[in-house]
Design a protein around this ligand. Structure first.
Ligand code: GLV
Ligand code: MN
Ligand code: MN
Ligand code: MN
Length: 403
């Protein structure tokens, strides 16, 4: 692609936006200054390509090649990140979509059906806790009132943050018009594992997404003085929380291909010389089936009760999000695999907006090789040549689907 803008070139253009000097990597969360800057950057990039950009009712951005219309071929991803995340998870799908448009233009391709590049809002749930919030709202799989009232750690609600960014939270919810416009959806994403490294291939198509969700466990005890409170007198919620973390690992290891993670734990009030009054922790649990994921969470909920009781504490469990296993449409998957020189089909343990849309429209995903296999961390990576191969593959897919 000599002389052309490449996915890596576009990623380099945004490498200072939301760079997290404290944690490393990037922290770009819905409607924070970094994410808003990226949204603006996306609008400029799209408009410089002659695409027409609109925002839908759910804070997702759409850039149209040709007149917006029904049955379009849509591609895109997200621009937000986890705290201290990598450069590729999300943005690679967006910049590859823009590059694919460039490639198609350069060869004189004129789409016979509308083509759009989409940027979904709050895919990671890094600010308001529910992942794929923009696509869930679009598809109507989260109650709009609940979405509006989700709060970030600083107490700002989704509705307040959306309004502050100049959008209308009163209008969020299932969007029939936007859904009708999506004929097929294809999301390109950096691989979040080493499947392609092991296969020595640059690009794969996705086969499935694990059944996964997030649960908040709130352990409550008695806040007290770290020196003046006898060990025998304590009701310290950190104790059941600590036991829970160990139990989560054991429960996942004992179940069929399950994963359980406690990546966030917040003691309140959080002082070195203070026995916490409450500890909130979040369980992320996943497995290939609804039954296994649910049984891991059920087992852990029972253990949480027991651990809390042994310390004179209480525990309250709240399911914050859940999605059953996604099997991407086999016909489309195989069609794209064949088109892409028999690209391998790989499952993924990560959630994606494509997983939400798969319940509504024929949906596929492409993965680009990640030599480190690491994701949701600064070491996430993809070689420039592989990113280019990914964009070329995406261009072929868009051309094929919109013919
Ligand atoms: C999103 O990347 C997730 O799987 O949590
Ligand atoms: Mn992610
Ligand atoms: Mn992602
Ligand atoms: Mn004192």
């Amino acid at each position: 692609m000599t002389g052309m803008v490449t996915p890596s070139g576009l990623l380099a253009a945004i490498e200072d936006v939301g760079a997290d000097r404290r944690r490393g990597g990037f922290s770009r969360h819905a409607f924070d200054p970094a994410e808003l800057e990226l949204r603006e950057w996306f609008v400029e990039q799209a408009e410089s390509r002659g695409l027409r950009v609109t925002a839908d009712r759910n804070a997702n951005l759409w850039a149209w090649w040709g007149e917006p219309g029904d049955d379009a071929i849509v591609t895109g991803s997200h621009l937000d990140s986890v705290p201290g995340g990598g450069a590729f998870d999300g943005p690679l799908g967006v910049v590859s979509a823009l590059t694919a448009v460039d490639l198609l233009r350069a060869k004189g391709f004129v789409p016979r059906r509308p083509l759009a590049v989409v940027v979904f809002a709050e895919e990671e749930g890094g600010r308001f806790g529910v992942p794929c919030l923009g696509s869930r709202l679009l598809a109507g799989t989260i109650d709009p009132d609940r979405a509006r009232s989700l709060r970030d750690p600083g107490g700002v609600s989704f509705a307040e943050a959306m309004a502050a960014a100049g959008m209308r939270p009163e209008h969020v919810g299932r969007d029939e018009e936007a859904l009708r416009r999506i004929g097929k959806f294809v999301e390109l994403h950096v691989e979040q594992g080493r499947g392609l490294v092991d296969l020595d291939r640059p690009v794969a198509v996705a086969s499935s997404i694990l059944a996964h969700g997030r649960w908040r466990f709130r352990f409550s005890g008695q806040g007290n003085h770290a020196g003046a409170t006898l060990i025998s007198d304590r009701r310290d919620p950190m104790l059941p929380a600590a036991q829970f973390v160990l139990a989560a690992r054991r429960a996942a290891a004992a179940a069929e291909d399950a994963r359980a993670t406690v990546g966030r734990l917040v003691p309140n009030p959080g002082g070195t010389n203070v026995i916490a009054s409450t500890v909130d922790l979040w369980l992320d649990a996943r497995s290939p089936t609804d039954a296994v994921t649910r049984s891991v969470v059920e087992e852990l909920s029972g253990l949480a009760e027991r651990f809390a009781g042994e310390e004179g504490c209480a525990v309250e469990v709240t399911e914050e999000s859940y999605g059953d296993t996604v099997h991407f449409q086999p016909r489309l998957r195989d069609e794209l695999s064949e088109l892409l020189d028999h690209a391998p089909a790989l499952p993924t343990g990560a959630g994606h907006d494509a997983g939400i849309l798969a319940a509504e429209v024929p949906t596929a995903m492409l993965f680009v090789r990640n030599p480190t296999g690491v994701s949701h961390a600064p070491e996430e990576f993809a070689e420039a040549d592989d990113c280019t191969s990914g964009a070329q593959a995406l261009a072929r897919v868009l051309e094929h689907l919109s013919a």
